[in-house]
Design a protein around this ligand. Structure first.
Ligand code: PRP
Length: 210
């Protein structure tokens, strides 16, 4: 049995599959046209497991997957304790976690009400700034919160900035630079060292060549 590799479905999956394929990890069937969640690979007897990004660290930490690929935002937000090493920056899925507010908003309120799905990241950030905040957890479409007077500002992923602009918001502070990372289960790093290292080296080589 080869490695079990947990992959973040969606945008990161689309960007990381060419990297995996160049490293010799090719699914036996079309990942995108299927509702299946587990795919065997053509060579190496590996398994690709497709899941929500926020579940990737959990599967890898518990050893249900040897290796995982997900966004740094997910890793920063994860509070499941250790269990994995972050071994490679894949340089894909680049974006930022930023605070944003309606254009021209003063944001002098205290506490400042912040809507986000990145509760831990936001809490740590504002605490480091000594800013008194009240955090409201949302699941998506954070841009709505200031428009609907649910929150003064948001902490969210910003890529092109189009979503902010389209909703009358402006980016304020950059909280973290994000890209997709490869993580490895602690035990797998020891017991499957050769296979894991081989994968990392092949991925790294392709990154350098790109
Ligand atoms: C993210 C984020 C913003 C948008 C930013 O949402 O939450 O809404 O992308 O991108 P932009 O700066 O290029 O406009 P995503 O589409 O990933 O969906 P999500 O709400 O499920 O996270």
């Amino acid at each position: 049995m080869g490695l079990t590799i947990a992959l973040n479905r969606g945008r990161i999956l689309k960007e990381c599959m060419p990297l995996l394929e160049a490293a010799g990890i090719r699914p036996e069937e079309d990942i995108y046209g299927s509702r299946k969640l587990v795919f065997k690979t053509v060579d190496g007897d590996h398994r690709l497991v497709i899941m929500r990004g926020s579940d990737v660290p959990t599967y890898v930490a518990y050893g249900a997957a040897d290796v995982g690929i997900t966004g740094k935002d997910t890793l920063l937000e994860y509070r499941g304790g250790g269990g994995f090493y972050e071994r490679l920056d894949l340089g894909i899925g680049r974006c930022r976690i930023m605070s944003a507010a309606p254009v021209g908003a003063g944001l002098n309120q205290s506490p400042l009400t912040v809507a986000t799905k990145f509760v831990n990241i936001a809490e740590e950030y504002y605490e480091s700034k000594g800013r008194h905040v009240s955090i409201i957890k949302l699941s998506g479409a954070m841009e709505l919160a200031p428009l609907m007077n649910l929150a003064d500002c948001i902490v969210d992923i910003v890529d092109t900035g189009n979503t902010l602009r389209a909703n009358g918001l402006e980016p304020l502070e950059t909280i973290a630079e994000i890209s997709a990372r490869l993580i490895v289960n602690h035990a797998s790093m020891k017991t499957r060292f050769d296979e894991v290292q081989h994968l990392i080296e092949r991925l790294r080589q392709n990154l350098v060549e790109r």
